[in-house]
Ligand binder design. Structure first.
Ligand SMILES: Cc1cc2nc3c(=O)[nH]c(=O)nc-3n(C[C@H](O)[C@H](O)[C@H](O)COP(=O)(O)OP(=O)(O)OC[C@H]3O[C@@H](n4cnc5c(N)ncnc54)[C@H](O)[C@@H]3O)c2cc1C
Length: 482
Protein backbone atom coordinates (compact mmCIF):
# COMPACT_ATOMS: atom_id res chain seq x y z
CA UNK A 1 0.00 0.00 0.00
CA UNK A 2 1.73 3.27 -1.07
CA UNK A 3 2.09 5.75 1.77
CA UNK A 4 -0.34 8.71 1.32
CA UNK A 5 1.12 12.16 0.56
CA UNK A 6 -0.09 13.71 3.85
CA UNK A 7 1.46 10.97 5.95
CA UNK A 8 4.70 11.14 3.97
CA UNK A 9 4.99 14.90 4.42
CA UNK A 10 4.23 14.81 8.14
CA UNK A 11 6.65 11.94 8.83
CA UNK A 12 9.46 13.54 6.80
CA UNK A 13 8.75 16.89 8.49
CA UNK A 14 9.25 15.19 11.84
CA UNK A 15 12.69 13.92 10.73
CA UNK A 16 13.71 17.27 9.18
CA UNK A 17 11.69 20.41 9.76
CA UNK A 18 8.46 21.39 7.95
CA UNK A 19 10.22 24.03 5.83
CA UNK A 20 12.58 21.35 4.48
CA UNK A 21 9.75 19.27 3.02
CA UNK A 22 7.89 20.43 -0.09
CA UNK A 23 4.87 18.90 -1.79
CA UNK A 24 1.75 19.82 -3.72
CA UNK A 25 1.01 20.16 -7.43
CA UNK A 26 3.38 23.03 -8.28
CA UNK A 27 6.33 21.37 -6.52
CA UNK A 28 5.54 18.04 -8.12
CA UNK A 29 5.40 19.73 -11.54
CA UNK A 30 8.70 21.56 -10.96
CA UNK A 31 10.53 18.36 -10.03
CA UNK A 32 9.00 15.96 -12.57
CA UNK A 33 11.94 16.14 -15.00
CA UNK A 34 15.41 17.54 -15.54
CA UNK A 35 16.60 19.26 -18.76
CA UNK A 36 15.56 16.14 -20.71
CA UNK A 37 11.95 17.23 -20.76
CA UNK A 38 10.36 14.51 -22.85
CA UNK A 39 10.12 12.04 -19.97
CA UNK A 40 8.35 13.13 -16.79
CA UNK A 41 7.30 11.54 -13.52
CA UNK A 42 6.14 13.35 -10.40
CA UNK A 43 7.64 12.87 -6.93
CA UNK A 44 5.28 12.77 -3.96
CA UNK A 45 7.58 14.99 -1.88
CA UNK A 46 10.85 16.91 -2.21
CA UNK A 47 13.17 17.19 0.78
CA UNK A 48 16.01 19.63 1.35
CA UNK A 49 18.30 18.25 4.05
CA UNK A 50 21.14 20.44 5.33
CA UNK A 51 23.60 17.80 6.57
CA UNK A 52 24.86 14.32 5.76
CA UNK A 53 23.06 13.02 8.85
CA UNK A 54 19.74 14.44 7.64
CA UNK A 55 20.24 12.83 4.21
CA UNK A 56 20.95 9.50 5.96
CA UNK A 57 17.82 9.85 8.12
CA UNK A 58 15.65 10.48 5.04
CA UNK A 59 17.14 7.49 3.20
CA UNK A 60 16.55 5.23 6.23
CA UNK A 61 12.93 6.42 6.36
CA UNK A 62 12.50 5.68 2.64
CA UNK A 63 13.95 2.18 3.07
CA UNK A 64 11.77 1.45 6.09
CA UNK A 65 8.67 2.55 4.17
CA UNK A 66 9.71 1.09 0.78
CA UNK A 67 9.57 4.52 -0.85
CA UNK A 68 11.80 5.17 -3.90
CA UNK A 69 14.20 8.12 -3.62
CA UNK A 70 16.23 10.10 -6.16
CA UNK A 71 19.07 12.54 -5.59
CA UNK A 72 18.91 15.89 -7.33
CA UNK A 73 21.35 18.79 -7.73
CA UNK A 74 20.47 21.65 -10.08
CA UNK A 75 18.36 19.48 -12.42
CA UNK A 76 20.44 20.40 -15.50
CA UNK A 77 21.01 16.75 -16.42
CA UNK A 78 20.27 15.93 -20.05
CA UNK A 79 19.33 12.24 -19.82
CA UNK A 80 16.55 12.18 -17.23
CA UNK A 81 18.86 11.12 -14.36
CA UNK A 82 17.16 13.23 -11.67
CA UNK A 83 13.64 12.27 -12.77
CA UNK A 84 11.87 10.32 -9.99
CA UNK A 85 10.83 7.50 -12.33
CA UNK A 86 8.75 5.68 -9.69
CA UNK A 87 7.70 8.79 -7.78
CA UNK A 88 8.55 8.85 -4.06
CA UNK A 89 10.99 11.34 -2.58
CA UNK A 90 13.41 13.65 -4.37
CA UNK A 91 16.40 14.42 -2.14
CA UNK A 92 17.61 17.86 -3.20
CA UNK A 93 21.10 19.11 -2.32
CA UNK A 94 19.95 22.76 -2.49
CA UNK A 95 20.96 23.37 1.16
CA UNK A 96 24.31 21.56 0.96
CA UNK A 97 26.34 24.39 -0.52
CA UNK A 98 29.22 24.99 1.90
CA UNK A 99 32.95 24.88 1.26
CA UNK A 100 34.17 22.91 4.29
CA UNK A 101 37.95 23.06 3.99
CA UNK A 102 40.55 24.50 1.63
CA UNK A 103 44.00 22.88 1.78
CA UNK A 104 46.20 25.03 -0.43
CA UNK A 105 49.38 23.18 0.52
CA UNK A 106 47.98 19.93 -0.81
CA UNK A 107 45.93 21.62 -3.54
CA UNK A 108 42.59 20.19 -2.59
CA UNK A 109 39.26 21.34 -1.23
CA UNK A 110 36.32 19.73 0.54
CA UNK A 111 32.82 20.95 -0.28
CA UNK A 112 29.23 19.88 0.16
CA UNK A 113 27.65 18.26 -2.87
CA UNK A 114 25.11 20.98 -3.68
CA UNK A 115 27.67 23.71 -4.35
CA UNK A 116 27.63 25.05 -7.91
CA UNK A 117 30.68 23.97 -9.90
CA UNK A 118 31.86 27.51 -10.64
CA UNK A 119 31.73 28.59 -7.00
CA UNK A 120 34.50 26.09 -6.25
CA UNK A 121 36.81 27.70 -8.83
CA UNK A 122 35.80 31.22 -7.80
CA UNK A 123 36.72 30.46 -4.19
CA UNK A 124 40.39 29.73 -5.05
CA UNK A 125 40.90 31.97 -8.08
CA UNK A 126 43.03 34.48 -6.18
CA UNK A 127 45.35 31.61 -5.25
CA UNK A 128 45.89 30.83 -8.96
CA UNK A 129 43.90 27.59 -8.72
CA UNK A 130 40.66 26.17 -10.07
CA UNK A 131 38.46 23.06 -10.20
CA UNK A 132 39.21 21.94 -13.75
CA UNK A 133 35.96 20.17 -14.85
CA UNK A 134 33.95 22.95 -16.51
CA UNK A 135 30.59 21.76 -17.88
CA UNK A 136 28.92 24.53 -19.84
CA UNK A 137 26.25 24.47 -17.12
CA UNK A 138 28.90 25.26 -14.48
CA UNK A 139 27.28 28.39 -13.08
CA UNK A 140 24.44 26.24 -11.74
CA UNK A 141 25.20 22.52 -12.03
CA UNK A 142 26.39 21.04 -8.74
CA UNK A 143 29.44 19.14 -7.58
CA UNK A 144 27.20 16.15 -6.72
CA UNK A 145 25.58 16.21 -10.17
CA UNK A 146 29.00 16.51 -11.83
CA UNK A 147 30.25 13.52 -9.81
CA UNK A 148 27.15 11.46 -10.58
CA UNK A 149 27.38 12.15 -14.32
CA UNK A 150 31.21 12.23 -14.51
CA UNK A 151 30.73 15.57 -16.23
CA UNK A 152 33.05 16.88 -18.89
CA UNK A 153 33.24 20.30 -20.49
CA UNK A 154 35.10 22.38 -23.07
CA UNK A 155 38.45 21.94 -21.28
CA UNK A 156 38.08 18.18 -20.80
CA UNK A 157 40.29 17.68 -23.84
CA UNK A 158 43.37 18.74 -21.87
CA UNK A 159 42.33 18.47 -18.23
CA UNK A 160 40.18 15.33 -18.19
CA UNK A 161 36.66 14.63 -16.92
CA UNK A 162 35.37 14.90 -13.32
CA UNK A 163 36.67 11.41 -12.43
CA UNK A 164 40.25 12.66 -12.72
CA UNK A 165 39.58 15.41 -10.14
CA UNK A 166 37.76 13.65 -7.28
CA UNK A 167 39.82 12.38 -4.37
CA UNK A 168 37.12 11.20 -2.00
CA UNK A 169 33.40 11.28 -1.30
CA UNK A 170 31.04 11.02 1.65
CA UNK A 171 28.27 8.74 0.45
CA UNK A 172 24.94 7.95 2.08
CA UNK A 173 24.46 4.48 0.70
CA UNK A 174 21.05 3.07 -0.31
CA UNK A 175 20.51 1.66 3.19
CA UNK A 176 21.19 4.99 4.91
CA UNK A 177 24.74 4.16 6.09
CA UNK A 178 27.30 6.95 5.87
CA UNK A 179 30.46 5.82 4.03
CA UNK A 180 33.74 7.73 3.70
CA UNK A 181 35.39 6.63 0.45
CA UNK A 182 38.87 7.88 -0.46
CA UNK A 183 40.05 11.14 1.09
CA UNK A 184 42.65 13.84 0.69
CA UNK A 185 45.28 11.49 -0.64
CA UNK A 186 44.68 9.65 -3.88
CA UNK A 187 45.93 6.24 -4.94
CA UNK A 188 45.38 4.25 -1.73
CA UNK A 189 45.53 0.43 -1.91
CA UNK A 190 42.48 -1.79 -2.36
CA UNK A 191 39.47 -1.42 -4.62
CA UNK A 192 38.84 2.07 -5.96
CA UNK A 193 35.25 2.68 -4.84
CA UNK A 194 35.52 6.43 -5.48
CA UNK A 195 35.87 5.69 -9.19
CA UNK A 196 32.84 3.41 -9.01
CA UNK A 197 30.73 6.17 -7.47
CA UNK A 198 31.85 8.79 -10.01
CA UNK A 199 29.64 8.31 -13.08
CA UNK A 200 27.16 6.00 -11.30
CA UNK A 201 24.35 8.53 -11.88
CA UNK A 202 23.06 8.57 -8.33
CA UNK A 203 22.29 4.84 -8.32
CA UNK A 204 24.77 3.98 -5.55
CA UNK A 205 23.52 6.50 -3.00
CA UNK A 206 23.62 10.22 -2.31
CA UNK A 207 26.99 12.00 -2.28
CA UNK A 208 26.89 14.69 0.40
CA UNK A 209 30.51 15.90 0.48
CA UNK A 210 33.61 15.50 -1.67
CA UNK A 211 37.33 16.20 -1.68
CA UNK A 212 38.32 17.65 -5.07
CA UNK A 213 41.71 18.38 -6.62
CA UNK A 214 42.68 21.98 -7.29
CA UNK A 215 44.59 22.59 -10.52
CA UNK A 216 46.85 25.58 -11.24
CA UNK A 217 45.32 28.16 -13.55
CA UNK A 218 47.24 28.60 -16.79
CA UNK A 219 49.68 31.52 -16.83
CA UNK A 220 49.36 31.96 -20.60
CA UNK A 221 46.20 31.53 -22.69
CA UNK A 222 45.49 32.18 -26.35
CA UNK A 223 42.05 31.84 -27.88
CA UNK A 224 41.06 31.90 -31.55
CA UNK A 225 37.80 31.64 -33.45
CA UNK A 226 38.05 30.34 -37.02
CA UNK A 227 35.15 30.72 -39.46
CA UNK A 228 34.66 28.08 -42.17
CA UNK A 229 32.30 27.99 -45.13
CA UNK A 230 31.58 24.27 -44.59
CA UNK A 231 31.18 22.12 -41.49
CA UNK A 232 33.42 19.53 -43.16
CA UNK A 233 36.35 21.96 -43.32
CA UNK A 234 35.94 22.81 -39.63
CA UNK A 235 35.69 19.20 -38.46
CA UNK A 236 38.55 18.03 -40.69
CA UNK A 237 40.72 20.71 -39.07
CA UNK A 238 39.95 19.19 -35.65
CA UNK A 239 41.27 15.76 -36.62
CA UNK A 240 44.41 17.28 -38.21
CA UNK A 241 45.15 19.48 -35.17
CA UNK A 242 45.04 16.49 -32.80
CA UNK A 243 47.02 14.29 -35.22
CA UNK A 244 49.73 17.01 -35.32
CA UNK A 245 50.45 16.32 -31.64
CA UNK A 246 49.19 19.72 -30.47
CA UNK A 247 46.56 19.23 -27.79
CA UNK A 248 44.71 22.50 -27.23
CA UNK A 249 42.92 23.08 -23.95
CA UNK A 250 39.61 23.35 -25.86
CA UNK A 251 38.44 22.61 -29.41
CA UNK A 252 34.75 23.38 -29.86
CA UNK A 253 32.59 23.51 -33.00
CA UNK A 254 29.34 25.44 -33.55
CA UNK A 255 27.36 25.12 -36.76
CA UNK A 256 25.02 27.41 -38.68
CA UNK A 257 21.97 26.43 -36.61
CA UNK A 258 23.66 27.76 -33.47
CA UNK A 259 24.87 30.90 -35.24
CA UNK A 260 21.33 31.65 -36.44
CA UNK A 261 20.03 31.23 -32.90
CA UNK A 262 22.77 33.52 -31.52
CA UNK A 263 21.98 36.14 -34.12
CA UNK A 264 18.24 36.00 -33.34
CA UNK A 265 18.74 36.09 -29.55
CA UNK A 266 21.71 38.40 -29.07
CA UNK A 267 22.32 40.06 -32.43
CA UNK A 268 25.78 38.45 -32.70
CA UNK A 269 27.25 38.60 -36.21
CA UNK A 270 29.77 36.33 -37.87
CA UNK A 271 31.51 36.55 -41.30
CA UNK A 272 29.11 36.26 -44.23
CA UNK A 273 29.00 32.67 -45.52
CA UNK A 274 30.05 31.07 -42.21
CA UNK A 275 28.72 27.52 -41.91
CA UNK A 276 30.77 26.58 -38.84
CA UNK A 277 32.95 28.18 -36.20
CA UNK A 278 35.88 26.43 -34.56
CA UNK A 279 36.87 27.78 -31.17
CA UNK A 280 40.42 26.87 -30.16
CA UNK A 281 42.09 27.64 -26.86
CA UNK A 282 45.74 26.85 -26.10
CA UNK A 283 47.13 27.31 -22.59
CA UNK A 284 50.16 26.54 -20.48
CA UNK A 285 51.50 27.11 -16.99
CA UNK A 286 55.05 26.09 -17.76
CA UNK A 287 57.26 27.95 -15.29
CA UNK A 288 59.80 29.16 -17.88
CA UNK A 289 58.17 29.37 -21.27
CA UNK A 290 54.36 29.36 -21.00
CA UNK A 291 53.95 32.22 -23.50
CA UNK A 292 56.32 30.69 -26.07
CA UNK A 293 54.55 27.31 -25.83
CA UNK A 294 51.14 28.88 -26.34
CA UNK A 295 52.36 31.04 -29.27
CA UNK A 296 53.89 27.98 -30.95
CA UNK A 297 50.75 25.87 -30.48
CA UNK A 298 48.50 28.62 -31.83
CA UNK A 299 50.75 29.05 -34.89
CA UNK A 300 50.33 25.34 -35.65
CA UNK A 301 46.55 25.60 -35.18
CA UNK A 302 46.26 28.66 -37.42
CA UNK A 303 48.35 27.04 -40.16
CA UNK A 304 46.15 23.92 -40.07
CA UNK A 305 42.92 25.97 -40.17
CA UNK A 306 44.20 28.02 -43.15
CA UNK A 307 45.25 24.83 -44.96
CA UNK A 308 41.66 23.63 -44.38
CA UNK A 309 40.22 26.75 -46.00
CA UNK A 310 39.34 28.85 -42.92
CA UNK A 311 37.78 32.07 -44.23
CA UNK A 312 38.77 34.16 -41.24
CA UNK A 313 40.62 33.59 -37.96
CA UNK A 314 40.25 36.00 -35.03
CA UNK A 315 42.78 35.69 -32.23
CA UNK A 316 41.88 37.38 -28.92
CA UNK A 317 44.31 40.16 -28.01
CA UNK A 318 43.21 40.39 -24.38
CA UNK A 319 40.86 38.83 -21.80
CA UNK A 320 37.86 40.93 -22.88
CA UNK A 321 38.23 39.74 -26.48
CA UNK A 322 38.73 36.19 -25.28
CA UNK A 323 35.41 36.35 -23.42
CA UNK A 324 33.78 37.76 -26.56
CA UNK A 325 35.05 34.83 -28.65
CA UNK A 326 33.68 32.39 -26.06
CA UNK A 327 30.23 34.01 -26.23
CA UNK A 328 29.16 31.86 -29.18
CA UNK A 329 29.96 28.70 -27.22
CA UNK A 330 28.63 29.78 -23.85
CA UNK A 331 25.37 31.36 -25.00
CA UNK A 332 24.62 28.86 -27.78
CA UNK A 333 22.19 26.59 -25.90
CA UNK A 334 20.45 29.52 -24.19
CA UNK A 335 19.92 31.15 -27.59
CA UNK A 336 18.21 27.98 -28.83
CA UNK A 337 15.49 28.60 -26.23
CA UNK A 338 14.27 31.46 -28.45
CA UNK A 339 13.55 29.30 -31.49
CA UNK A 340 11.41 26.47 -30.11
CA UNK A 341 9.59 25.47 -26.90
CA UNK A 342 11.75 22.36 -26.37
CA UNK A 343 15.28 21.13 -27.01
CA UNK A 344 16.74 17.67 -26.65
CA UNK A 345 20.53 17.66 -26.70
CA UNK A 346 21.74 14.25 -27.83
CA UNK A 347 25.16 13.05 -26.74
CA UNK A 348 27.40 10.48 -28.41
CA UNK A 349 31.08 9.90 -29.09
CA UNK A 350 32.92 8.93 -32.25
CA UNK A 351 36.59 8.83 -33.24
CA UNK A 352 37.54 12.42 -34.22
CA UNK A 353 38.51 11.37 -37.75
CA UNK A 354 34.86 10.37 -38.35
CA UNK A 355 33.43 13.79 -37.40
CA UNK A 356 32.99 15.11 -40.97
CA UNK A 357 30.95 12.08 -42.16
CA UNK A 358 29.06 11.90 -38.87
CA UNK A 359 27.89 15.50 -39.14
CA UNK A 360 26.56 14.78 -42.66
CA UNK A 361 24.71 11.83 -41.14
CA UNK A 362 23.20 14.01 -38.37
CA UNK A 363 21.84 16.52 -40.91
CA UNK A 364 20.43 13.66 -42.97
CA UNK A 365 18.72 12.12 -39.90
CA UNK A 366 17.19 15.48 -38.99
CA UNK A 367 15.91 15.99 -42.54
CA UNK A 368 14.37 12.50 -42.63
CA UNK A 369 12.69 12.88 -39.22
CA UNK A 370 11.52 16.38 -40.04
CA UNK A 371 13.18 18.08 -37.04
CA UNK A 372 15.32 21.17 -36.68
CA UNK A 373 18.88 20.50 -35.57
CA UNK A 374 21.81 22.64 -34.48
CA UNK A 375 25.21 21.41 -33.33
CA UNK A 376 27.63 22.75 -30.76
CA UNK A 377 30.02 20.24 -29.39
CA UNK A 378 33.31 19.23 -27.82
CA UNK A 379 34.89 18.37 -31.17
CA UNK A 380 38.36 17.70 -29.74
CA UNK A 381 36.91 14.79 -27.75
CA UNK A 382 34.82 13.53 -30.67
CA UNK A 383 31.84 14.30 -28.42
CA UNK A 384 28.79 15.23 -30.52
CA UNK A 385 25.81 17.23 -29.24
CA UNK A 386 23.09 17.46 -31.91
CA UNK A 387 20.43 19.76 -30.37
CA UNK A 388 16.99 18.98 -31.78
CA UNK A 389 14.44 21.76 -31.35
CA UNK A 390 10.74 21.02 -31.42
CA UNK A 391 7.53 21.23 -29.39
CA UNK A 392 7.29 18.54 -26.70
CA UNK A 393 3.51 19.05 -26.41
CA UNK A 394 3.20 17.23 -29.75
CA UNK A 395 3.68 13.44 -29.34
CA UNK A 396 4.51 13.06 -33.04
CA UNK A 397 7.44 15.47 -32.71
CA UNK A 398 8.60 13.82 -29.48
CA UNK A 399 8.61 10.42 -31.16
CA UNK A 400 10.59 11.80 -34.12
CA UNK A 401 13.23 13.40 -31.87
CA UNK A 402 13.68 10.25 -29.75
CA UNK A 403 13.96 8.07 -32.85
CA UNK A 404 16.42 10.49 -34.47
CA UNK A 405 18.57 10.34 -31.32
CA UNK A 406 18.56 6.55 -31.31
CA UNK A 407 19.59 6.49 -34.96
CA UNK A 408 22.49 8.83 -34.24
CA UNK A 409 23.65 6.76 -31.28
CA UNK A 410 23.51 3.55 -33.31
CA UNK A 411 25.75 5.18 -35.92
CA UNK A 412 28.18 6.34 -33.18
CA UNK A 413 28.53 2.70 -32.13
CA UNK A 414 28.97 1.49 -35.72
CA UNK A 415 31.83 3.99 -36.04
CA UNK A 416 33.53 2.63 -32.92
CA UNK A 417 32.27 5.27 -30.48
CA UNK A 418 30.10 5.37 -27.37
CA UNK A 419 26.44 5.92 -26.51
CA UNK A 420 27.33 8.85 -24.23
CA UNK A 421 30.25 11.20 -23.78
CA UNK A 422 29.16 13.07 -20.69
CA UNK A 423 25.37 13.31 -20.27
CA UNK A 424 24.98 9.78 -18.92
CA UNK A 425 22.45 7.02 -19.58
CA UNK A 426 19.64 8.14 -17.27
CA UNK A 427 16.29 6.98 -18.56
CA UNK A 428 17.02 8.27 -22.04
CA UNK A 429 19.46 5.58 -23.13
CA UNK A 430 18.70 2.70 -20.82
CA UNK A 431 17.31 0.63 -23.69
CA UNK A 432 20.45 1.29 -25.75
CA UNK A 433 22.84 -0.19 -23.15
CA UNK A 434 22.69 -3.70 -24.68
CA UNK A 435 23.88 -2.22 -27.98
CA UNK A 436 27.16 -1.24 -26.34
CA UNK A 437 27.56 -3.87 -23.62
CA UNK A 438 27.38 -7.66 -23.78
CA UNK A 439 25.21 -9.65 -21.38
CA UNK A 440 28.35 -10.43 -19.36
CA UNK A 441 29.27 -6.74 -19.15
CA UNK A 442 25.78 -5.85 -17.95
CA UNK A 443 25.75 -8.71 -15.44
CA UNK A 444 29.07 -7.49 -13.99
CA UNK A 445 27.77 -3.92 -13.82
CA UNK A 446 24.64 -5.14 -11.99
CA UNK A 447 26.86 -7.05 -9.54
CA UNK A 448 29.01 -3.95 -8.95
CA UNK A 449 25.85 -1.94 -8.28
CA UNK A 450 24.57 -4.56 -5.85
CA UNK A 451 27.61 -4.01 -3.58
CA UNK A 452 25.95 -0.72 -2.60
CA UNK A 453 22.40 -1.15 -3.77
CA UNK A 454 20.73 -4.51 -3.56
CA UNK A 455 17.21 -3.12 -3.85
CA UNK A 456 15.54 -0.93 -6.45
CA UNK A 457 14.64 2.08 -4.30
CA UNK A 458 17.70 4.28 -4.98
CA UNK A 459 17.21 6.17 -8.25
CA UNK A 460 15.32 3.32 -9.94
CA UNK A 461 15.02 2.83 -13.72
CA UNK A 462 18.40 4.44 -14.46
CA UNK A 463 21.49 3.14 -16.22
CA UNK A 464 20.93 -0.64 -16.06
CA UNK A 465 18.12 -2.08 -18.20
CA UNK A 466 15.59 -4.71 -17.14
CA UNK A 467 14.93 -3.52 -13.60
CA UNK A 468 11.81 -5.40 -12.55
CA UNK A 469 9.92 -2.48 -11.06
CA UNK A 470 10.43 -0.26 -14.10
CA UNK A 471 8.14 -1.94 -16.60
CA UNK A 472 5.30 0.43 -15.71
CA UNK A 473 7.46 3.54 -16.01
CA UNK A 474 8.70 2.48 -19.42
CA UNK A 475 5.19 1.71 -20.66
CA UNK A 476 3.98 5.07 -19.41
CA UNK A 477 6.66 7.17 -21.02
CA UNK A 478 6.79 5.34 -24.29
CA UNK A 479 3.01 5.60 -24.14
CA UNK A 480 3.23 9.39 -23.88
CA UNK A 481 5.84 9.71 -26.56
CA UNK A 482 4.44 7.19 -28.97
C1 LIG B 1 23.02 24.33 -20.97
C2 LIG B 1 23.62 23.03 -20.48
C3 LIG B 1 24.95 22.77 -20.75
C4 LIG B 1 25.53 21.58 -20.31
N1 LIG B 1 26.86 21.35 -20.57
C5 LIG B 1 27.44 20.23 -20.15
C6 LIG B 1 28.83 20.00 -20.40
O1 LIG B 1 29.53 20.81 -21.01
N2 LIG B 1 29.35 18.84 -19.93
C7 LIG B 1 28.62 17.93 -19.24
O2 LIG B 1 29.16 16.91 -18.83
N3 LIG B 1 27.30 18.12 -19.00
C8 LIG B 1 26.70 19.25 -19.42
N4 LIG B 1 25.37 19.45 -19.17
C9 LIG B 1 24.60 18.43 -18.43
C10 LIG B 1 24.53 18.66 -16.89
O3 LIG B 1 24.72 20.03 -16.58
C11 LIG B 1 25.55 17.80 -16.16
O4 LIG B 1 25.23 16.43 -16.32
C12 LIG B 1 25.67 18.11 -14.67
O5 LIG B 1 26.72 17.36 -14.13
C13 LIG B 1 24.39 17.83 -13.90
O6 LIG B 1 24.50 18.45 -12.62
P1 LIG B 1 23.19 18.81 -11.78
O7 LIG B 1 23.63 19.36 -10.49
O8 LIG B 1 22.29 19.66 -12.58
O9 LIG B 1 22.60 17.35 -11.58
P2 LIG B 1 21.08 16.85 -11.73
O10 LIG B 1 20.60 17.07 -13.11
O11 LIG B 1 20.27 17.36 -10.62
O12 LIG B 1 21.31 15.28 -11.52
C14 LIG B 1 22.06 14.54 -12.44
C15 LIG B 1 22.25 13.12 -11.91
O13 LIG B 1 23.04 13.17 -10.76
C16 LIG B 1 22.37 12.57 -9.66
N5 LIG B 1 22.75 13.38 -8.51
C17 LIG B 1 22.66 14.72 -8.35
N6 LIG B 1 23.20 15.08 -7.19
C18 LIG B 1 23.63 13.95 -6.60
C19 LIG B 1 24.28 13.66 -5.37
N7 LIG B 1 24.59 14.62 -4.49
N8 LIG B 1 24.59 12.37 -5.09
C20 LIG B 1 24.29 11.38 -5.96
N9 LIG B 1 23.66 11.60 -7.13
C21 LIG B 1 23.35 12.87 -7.44
C22 LIG B 1 20.90 12.63 -10.02
O14 LIG B 1 20.19 11.59 -9.37
C23 LIG B 1 20.97 12.43 -11.51
O15 LIG B 1 21.08 11.06 -11.81
C24 LIG B 1 24.76 20.63 -19.61
C25 LIG B 1 23.41 20.89 -19.34
C26 LIG B 1 22.85 22.08 -19.77
C27 LIG B 1 21.40 22.34 -19.47
Amino acid sequence: MPIPEDAMVSQLSAILSPDQVLSGPSVQRAYDCDAYTVDRSKPTAVVMPDSTEQVAAVVRWCVANEVPFTGRGAGTGLSGGALPALGGVVISTKRLTQILEIDLENRCLKAQAGIANKRISDSVKTEGLHFAPDPSSQTVSTLGGNIAENAGGPHTLKYGVTAQHILGVTLVDPTGEILELGGKVSGGPGFDFVSLVVGSEGTLGIVTEAWVKLTPLPTAVKTALAAFSTVRDATESVAVIIASGTIPAALEVMDKGILHALEAAFGLKYPVGTAALLLVECDSNDADSAHEIVEREMETVEAICRANRAMEISVAADEAERQRLWTARKKGVGAMGRIAPSIVTHDGVIPRSKLPDMLDFVYDVAARHGGGVANLFHAGDGNLHPCFYFDDRDPVQVKAVVEAGEEIIRRCLELGGSITGEHGIGVEKIDLMPLMFSEDDLRLQAMAKSIFNSGELCNPCKVLPNQKSCVEHKKRWRGVAW
